[in-house]
Design a protein around this ligand. Structure first.
Ligand SMILES: NC(=O)c1ccc[n+]([C@@H]2O[C@H](COP(=O)([O-])OP(=O)(O)OC[C@H]3O[C@@H](n4cnc5c(N)ncnc54)[C@H](OP(=O)(O)O)[C@@H]3O)[C@@H](O)[C@H]2O)c1
Length: 343
């Protein structure tokens, strides 16, 4: 495969988020979003015309059977990520699969097994990981800019009206933890650099108290990392919009946002305080803004052409740990007890 060959990628499902994905990659030298498949041929054709995709298919199977498509973007509802990622891998396609990667860790393992047996690459989509801001954060932590990390607090919430949205549907593996919470869980996993061993969570559910049948609307959880760090994550469908993190080391602190897309916002910053004194100077590091979906799509191209050293996103090990942590947080929120995380 020539190292500069453009990646032809097809979209599974005329999903809302596929509009952002396609728009961000328009004009890219590395990625051609060349096809969309829907369960409904007319819907696929209308979507293709709307967003400027050349080819449309009236079934997911038909797109997977097309040998000219090298990779697939999977933004289906969460309960279908595993089924269609495995079918895509079995059809010889690489897959960029939306977060949360799967409905649970067992599915995630099966997806990576499928990638291995078909010699293709399957990864989870987290556009914020390709942001210069996140890459700089990881570099500062590696350099020990705030010493050894003791704890992290990371939170993502937004208001979501009750309705037919896939996020409110338990059968589609919805809920605040799966949808919004996967972000802070992924961030704290990236910062800790290891699998957590224990989780404890509390939640408010859409239908009544803990133990109800509805999805979680707001969830707060704690993760215990064997290297010593603790993390608190929070997520909600009932708050004002925010996506912030505080990382506290034994020699300083970093405050940051972790947006997917920073191209339409004020330049993203990392606010770092080096030292233990309350009046230690605060430095604001201004990072380049970026369209995260484009940065991630092009990084996916680089991963396929040049290997893992070019991939700023979640590795399969990280993704598996994220799903294990989500499973344990969800179980803890339902049971009220701390849950051990066992692979
Ligand atoms: N990275 C991010 O920033 C980001 C942002 C938003 C969403 N996401 C993720 O992307 C995925 C899709 O989210 P979305 O908001 O774009 O969803 P959406 O608009 O509801 O689209 C989901 C698509 O899945 C297909 N589908 C197949 N079976 C379905 C079923 N039983 N019910 C509903 N849809 C079904 C439909 O396509 P057809 O009818 O064409 O087959 C539908 O258009 C989720 O996993 C979500 O977590 C990520």
């Amino acid at each position: 495969m020539p190292a500069d060959k453009k990646l032809r990628i097809g979209v599974l499902g005329a999903a809302n988020i596929a509009r952002n994905f396609t728009a961000a990659l328009r004009g890219s030298d590395k990625v051609d979003v060349c096809a969309v498949a829907s369960r409904d041929a007319a819907k696929a054709a209308a979507f293709a015309a709307e967003v400027g995709i050349m080819q449309s298919f009236g079934s997911y199977e038909a797109m997977l059977a097309d040998p000219s498509i090298e990779a697939v973007y999977n933004p289906l509802p969460n309960n279908l990520h595993a089924e269609w990622t495995i079918k895509a891998a079995d059809a010889g396609k690489h897959v960029l699969c939306e977060k949360p990667f799967a409905a649970n860790a067992a599915e995630a393992k099966a997806m990576f097994d499928a990638a291995k047996r078909n010699n293709v690459i399957v990864v989870e989509a987290y556009p914020y990981r390709a942001q210069p801001q996140t890459i700089k954060l990881a570099q500062l932590l590696r350099e020990g800019a705030i010493g050894k990390v003791q704890f992290v607090q990371a939170s993502f919430g937004f208001p979501l009206a009750m309705g037919s949205n896939i996020r409110w549907d338990a059968a589609l593996a919805g809920g605040a933890l799966m949808d919004a919470g996967s972000y802070p869980v992924s961030l704290v996993r990236m910062i800790a650099g290891e699998r957590p061993v224990r989780a404890h969570a509390m939640a408010r559910f859409a239908e009544g108290a803990s133990g109800g049948t509805g999805v979680d609307r707001t969830l707060l959880g704690t993760l215990d990392f064997p290297g010593g760090a603790l993390a608190q994550i929070a997520c909600s469908f009932g708050t004002s919009r925010h996506r912030t993190a505080l990382i506290v080391g034994d020699a300083g602190t970093i405050e940051t946002t972790f947006y997917n897309d920073t191209s339409d916002k004020l330049p993203p910053t990392l606010v770092i305080r080096r030292g233990i004194a309350l009046d230690a100077p605060r430095e604001t590091i201004v990072c380049d803004a970026a369209a995260g979906f484009r940065a991630q799509g092009e990084a996916f191209h680089d991963l396929l052409r040049h290997g893992w050293s070019q991939w700023p996103g979640a590795t399969p090990d990280e993704t598996l740990d994220i799903m294990l942590a989500i499973d344990a947080l969800a179980a803890s929120a339902r049971s009220g007890s701390a849950v051990s995380i066992v692979a």
